[in-house]
Design a binder for this molecule. Structure first.
Ligand code: PEP
Ligand code: MN
Length: 293
């Protein structure tokens, strides 16, 4: 048997000391993660129809969201639940994002879909259930597109940073970490949003960190307070589920905000951001395309 070699177990590329400054991930529409502005990603859990995603893009972009979210390939706990619209959903998301000058983020579930998703999305989301799917991490790292890496529901900070390390080792340093809550003993909320992870990660890594208060709580009325807490704690952005009619949503309705709720949250986010010397992108951004709305 070969002599066992002691391999370094620690992460090298994602650690804070690996860079002199912080990593800023910039998307093609100008959205930035990791500078003084707070990046707002918003949209439905799942893309359900052209009308649904376009109405949502219009509503959230006018409040300062620059990244449209929407799942086309959905990781559902039950195989009988809505699985997403797949390739059609990707096209709807892309068109809606373009129409309102937004970037698009969507989840990739399977290494075989990476090329297809990368064709339509500006940011590839690796979901909580896949944080340690190492073949998906390698394939996604190779795709060259920015990656939103969610924390696994039972992942430690070290495991999460090691997962990010896989992406950097593959040559992709455009990685955004997303705290989305961890599983706790208490079913009172869907997950336990670990806000302390934000300042902790800021000392451990140069990568930007955002907060997902929607999956982090599972309860729409808790989303606003936790979003504000995340920004106050130093998050570089937010990922918020918004739906035109949450009770009829195909997935995650109970944690989705209405357009009105999102609009009032964004006003509060702006105040908190300013209080700590940051800001959110200006509201009523002009659309980047000339297509009629
Ligand atoms: C989602 O963003 O819709 C999602 C499924 O998130 P998570 O992987 O955090 O559960
Ligand atoms: Mn969801």
């Amino acid at each position: 048997m070969d002599r066992l070699t002691a391999l370094p177990q620690t992460y090298k590329l994602v650690r804070r000391e690996a860079r002199s400054g912080r990593t800023v991930v910039t998307l093609s529409n100008g959205a930035t993660f990791g500078d003084e502005s707070i990046a707002i990603c918003a949209g439905p859990c799942s893309v359900e129809s052209r009308e649904q995603i376009e109405a949502t893009a219009q509503a959230v972009s006018k409040c300062g969201a620059t990244v449209l979210r929407g799942g086309a390939f959905k990781p559902r706990t039950s195989p009988y639940a809505f699985q997403g619209l797949g390739g059609d959903g990707l096209k709807m998301l892309r068109d809606a994002a373009d129409r309102f000058g937004m970037a698009a983020v969507t989840e990739v579930l399977d290494p075989r879909d990476v090329a297809l998703v990368a064709q339509h999305a500006d940011v590839l989301q690796i979901g909580a259930r896949n944080m340690q799917n190492f073949s998906l991490l390698r394939e996604t790292g190779d795709a060259g597109k920015p990656v939103l890496l969610k924390r696994g529901a039972a992942a430690t900070i070290d495991e999460w940073l090691m997962a990010a390390e896989y992406l950097l080792v593959a040559g992709n340093d455009k990685v955004i970490l997303c705290e989305r809550g961890i599983r706790s003993f208490d079913p009172a909320t869907r997950n336990l949003l670990d806000i302390a992870a934000v300042p902790l990660l800021r000392s451990r890594t140069h990568l930007p960190v955002i907060i997902d208060p929607s999956h982090g709580t599972g309860i729409a009325r808790l989303v606003g307070p936790m979003a504000l807490a995340g920004v106050a704690a130093g998050a570089d952005g937010l990922l918020v589920e918004v739906h035109p009619d949450p009770p009829s949503a195909a997935s995650d309705g109970p944690q989705s905000l209405t357009f009105e709720e999102f609009e009032s949250l964004m006003k509060q986010v702006e105040v908190v951001a300013q209080a700590i010397g940051r800001g959110i992108p200006a509201r009523e951004r002009p659309p980047m395309t000339t297509k009629a709305v």
